[in-house]
Design a protein around this ligand. Structure first.
Ligand SMILES: [Zn+2]
Length: 87
């Protein structure tokens, strides 16, 4: 007999940020339960919530995907002097 396993449903970003709101934010310091200043939620708060066990590794994968999606126009550099012209 083959065992079948169902994957647990992924949580929404709204569920995740609701849990993260229980942590304080090390960026704007509103305190637990109080939203971050300026709307949205600082990544620092989400990371703090993960360290405190309020978020799972799967939750953080969803968070990172959302952060990357919001950064599409951001340019990633190699760290080298990219203004130099190759000879
Ligand atoms: Zn904040």
């Amino acid at each position: 007999m083959t065992a079948r396993y169902a994957l647990p449903p992924s949580r929404t970003l709204a569920d995740i940020t609701a849990n993260a709101l229980l942590a304080d934010c090390g960026e704007c310091w509103p305190g637990p339960g109080v939203p971050c200043k300026g709307g949205g939620m600082h990544v620092a708060r989400l990371a703090r919530a993960r360290r405190r066990g309020l978020l799972s590794a799967e939750d953080m994968t969803i968070v990172v995907a959302a952060v990357i999606a919001s950064m599409v126009p951001v340019i990633v550099t190699s760290g080298a002097d990219e203004t130099a012209v190759a000879a």
